[in-house]
Design a protein around this ligand. Structure first.
Ligand code: PHE
Length: 339
């Protein structure tokens, strides 16, 4: 039995020495120390020993177990630290590699153009006013000389919240709201979202942006309107730009005009951008109707004014040569990156 124990110990220690991974060592542990292991087998056979021999062999067997366990433990530790080092090496991070930089956003072309337009009007003494997008029928239509059953009400296909409340179809209601609470001189621009129940196509959207202008003071004439719009057109489209007023009708201005600018691409010769005409329509304008002044609480005998309104998307499209308005709303980064 002594020899058997001796042999088990030597065999086990030898095997442990050549074991290369924790799994292999586990197998060795089971082979020798497990319930059905070799050492356990020997201990079972101890019943047949004499009373003198039993404690001696018992102690020897325990020593063998301890030695095997110690050898296993030492080996496991060695292998574990080896495995850990290997893993650390595999997971090593090269901090000198170039990083993945996150992309920085930019301003939307509409924001850029609006900023530019604001800057031009600030230079002429205008300030910005705002009004609600959910608007009373009164401000959007009635106060602007567009009574019930007026065809202009159909022209601007309106989203109704209820009988008296609409989504504003234009920024013109802010004319009345401003006159109600401000004494002349008034010199404002009103950028803002407006809504019309139009189907989406290359030049229409149910939501778009207008920039309204309103000036009210003593002695304001059509010449001031023309001068203001000329200055705007020259600063925005280029020094040589001219404007052309074509007679038009708006219920809230009298007289009214549609205003064209000479084509900033061909200078008026006729090209693809101006569709051969040499002119590009950019806005509607006119002298504020006396009834509109009156409804704003301003005496038309003392004061007069002009107003204009332009579509921001249209201006952006003209400026950048964009042929489909949907591109401005889809927010495809590949498109937006170009500005
Ligand atoms: N509100 C008009 C429109 O939406 C534009 C306009 C504004 C015309 C101010 C004249 C004066 O068509």
């Amino acid at each position: 039995m002594r020899e058997q124990l001796e042999k088990i110990k030597n065999d086990a220690v030898k095997e442990i020495k050549v074991g290369t991974d924790s799994k292999g060592l586990d197998e060795i542990r089971i082979k020798y120390l497990g319930k059905k292991g070799l050492l356990t087998g020997i201990l079972r056979g101890m019943g047949g020993l004499s009373t003198e021999e039993r404690p001696v062999i018992g102690k020897l067997a325990n020593d063998v177990r301890e030695e095997i366990e110690a050898a296993l433990e030492a080996s496991v530790n060695k292998i574990k630290s080896g495995e850990k080092n290997k893993r650390l090496l595999e997971e090593v991070i090269d901090i000198t590699m170039p990083g993945v930089s996150s992309k920085i956003g930019g301003l939307h072309p509409e924001t850029k153009v609006l900023d530019e337009i604001k800057e031009i009007f600030f230079g002429m003494g205008f300030s910005v006013a705002e009004g609600p997008e959910v608007e009373l029928d009164y401000y959007n239509f009635e106060a602007l000389n567009i009574p019930e059953n007026h065809p202009a009400k159909d022209e601007q296909d309106t989203f109704y919240i209820n009988d008296k409340v609409v989504l504003r179809t234009q920024t013109s209601p802010v004319q009345i709201r401003t006159m109600e609470k401000t004494k002349p001189p008034i010199r404002i621009i009103v950028p803002g979202r407006v809504y019309r129940s139009d189907a989406v196509d290359a030049t229409h959207s149910p939501v778009f942006t207008q920039i309204e202008g309103l000036v009210v003071d003593k002695g304001i004439t059509m010449a001031n309107l023309k001068g203001t719009l000329d200055t705007f057109a020259q600063r925005f489209f280029g020094e040589k730009t001219r404007t052309k007023f074509r007679p038009h009708h708006f219920p809230f201005t009298e007289p009214s005009a549609e205003v064209d600018v000479s084509c900033f691409v061909c200078g008026g010769e006729g090209c693809r951008v101006c569709k051969g005409s040499g002119w590009i329509e950019i806005l509607g304008a006119g002298m504020v109707h006396p009834d509109v002044l009156r409804r704003g609480g301003i005496d038309p005998e003392i004061y007069s004014g002009f107003a204009f309104g332009m579509g921001l998307e249209r201006i952006v499209m003209i400026k950048y040569g964009i042929d489909d308005m949907r591109l401005l709303f889809e927010n495809d980064v590949r498109f937006l990156k170009q500005f």
